[in-house]
Write a protein that binds this ligand. Structure first.
Ligand code: GNR
Ligand code: NI
Length: 167
């Protein structure tokens, strides 16, 4: 297994659109394992392939404290959603920034698992937030894009400054 490098905002590769997986095979499973290891090591509760510079529709999510409830979603699609809820979000690609975002409170998502089998999942609470956050990454969207332009400009400046200081 391997820990993968997580792209840091602002990096234009975070805005690439992921392609659908056409065949779930051994290389897909290897990527999923490495994504899970990277997420747990970070630590984070979710990771999208986009964040490790692989532009395929694959996300992993585990909101358990015990790290034993891994959700693997390949080609995820939200087939229904309801309600609205605000949650303070963070992102491994935007370290140290926490801001409130409003999203659907409940979602039903359809995806393929690591064997290529279709399944549906009902989610609410943090799991629903996290799946929506990860699915945004697949369409090149980072959570800060829900904030005002002023906040986005400030966040970009802060992260660029931090990047310079750590070089
Ligand atoms: O680790 C993460 N925590 C988190 C908290 C609130 C809302 C969303 C998230 S996802 C984030 C990991 C990450 O960046 N996934 O893309
Ligand atoms: Ni994120």
């Amino acid at each position: 297994m391997a820990i993968l490098k997580i792209l840091q905002y602002p990096d234009e590769r975070l805005h690439k659109i992921a392609k659908k997986v056409t065949q779930v095979d051994e290389s897909t499973r290897k990527l999923v394992r490495n994504m899970a290891e990277t997420m747990y090591a970070a630590p984070g509760v979710g990771l999208a392939a986009t964040q490790v510079d692989v532009h395929e529709c694959i996300i992993v999510v585990d909101i358990s404290e015990t790290h034993d409830q891994l959700n693997i979603l390949i080609n995820p699609e939200i087939i229904s959603s309801s309600g609205e809820e605000e949650c303070e979000e963070g992102c491994l690609s935007v370290p140290g920034i926490y801001e409130t975002v409003s999203r659907a409170a409940r979602i039903t998502v359809r995806a393929l698992n690591e064997k290529g089998e279709i399944f549906t999942l009902n989610a609410e609470g943090l799991l629903a937030v996290c799946i929506q956050h990860e699915m945004d990454h697949l369409i090149g969207k980072v959570f800060v894009e829900y904030l005002s332009q002023l906040k986005q400009t400030r966040i970009r400046a802060k992260l660029k400054k931090r990047l310079r200081e750590t070089m």
